[in-house]
Write a protein that binds this ligand. Sequence first.
Ligand code: FAD
Length: 321
Amino acid sequence: MGKVLVFTEHTNGNLKRSSMELLQAAAKSGNTVVAVAFGSHAGDVTAAAGHNGANEIYVVKDASLDSYNPEAFTANIASVVEKVQPTILLASASATGRDLFPRVAARLNTGVASDCTELNISGDTVTATKPMYSGKCFAKVNFENSPVKIVLMRANQLPVAAADTSKSATVVEHAAAKPDLKTLIKEIVKGASEKLDLTEANVIVSGGRGLKEAANFKMLSDLADVLGATVGASRAVVDAGWVGHGMQVGQTGKTVAPTLYIAVGISGAIQHLAGMSGSKVIVAINNDPNAPIFQKATYGIVGDAFEIVPKLTEEFKKALH
Ligand code: FAD
């Protein structure tokens, strides 16, 4: 059996759910699972990594890795790969993962399967499935001549069982590589409206042009607050300047796969569906019974969003609080 290296992502030491998915999938494969964590808080991830199936964790505890820097991260992943010699490398198809791992693949002269929705590992063999042409078809990806098979998985695609607190990972402190950086991240400015990033969210309430104007997104925030959800949007309202691009779901926005996606006043254009059709349960609220979103929806509510959404908010408030 070989080694599967899992690049973990965390927020100030709290392991992200997407990384738990990858660790648990790697553990099920029977390979040795080696996690890697970057940044000042990397040491805080070790327990959770062990509980989710890591046998070993490489901790690269260095403040230069607190924020994503493509050059620094590429050099440090390459350095850990050289030490660990994995046959498979798993990471999340997050904004960081999508930017970082094509660079890593080029550095290691190996192959990368990006934005995958299914993963099968049998020994050293990996087969991944990825949607193509905005989800109109699916490609099965195998690797040839790839010393390290790199797979980037969309979040929320793999199951997460309860963490096993009796398990732990051996911690290896790994010295940070310090390449000459051509770029320096000075500050990360978070979008004010975003709570949990859309790609990580378990429940999303998304709004489209049917909301008529920017101020009406307040109605969605109220529903989202009750559900503990993150608010998303269609491109039409992003282009109109009602909300920031960080909230856009779709082909040219974020790809999401929550347990529950509530689409309010969104027609269901193919480019929007491309970003959210992996959601487990889709609820569509639209006053046009022929809106294409209803073909994808698990539950459809035909009616005026301005009547339905406040009622839903009230009912959920009673039921959940
Ligand atoms: P509309 O299509 O105008 O739909 C509004 C809906 O609201 C209608 O179905 C209407 O019946 C309903 N409605 C109106 N009033 C009410 C009411 N009172 N109550 C309930 N429902 C109501 N789009 C994306 O979303 N994400 C992308 O990433 C994206 N990428 C694109 C990339 C390319 C290259 C191109 C060409 C397009 C892309 N688009 C994307 C745009 C996409 O084609 C659609 O134009 C867009 O998704 C439409 O947004 P919408 O559903 O909010 O608006």
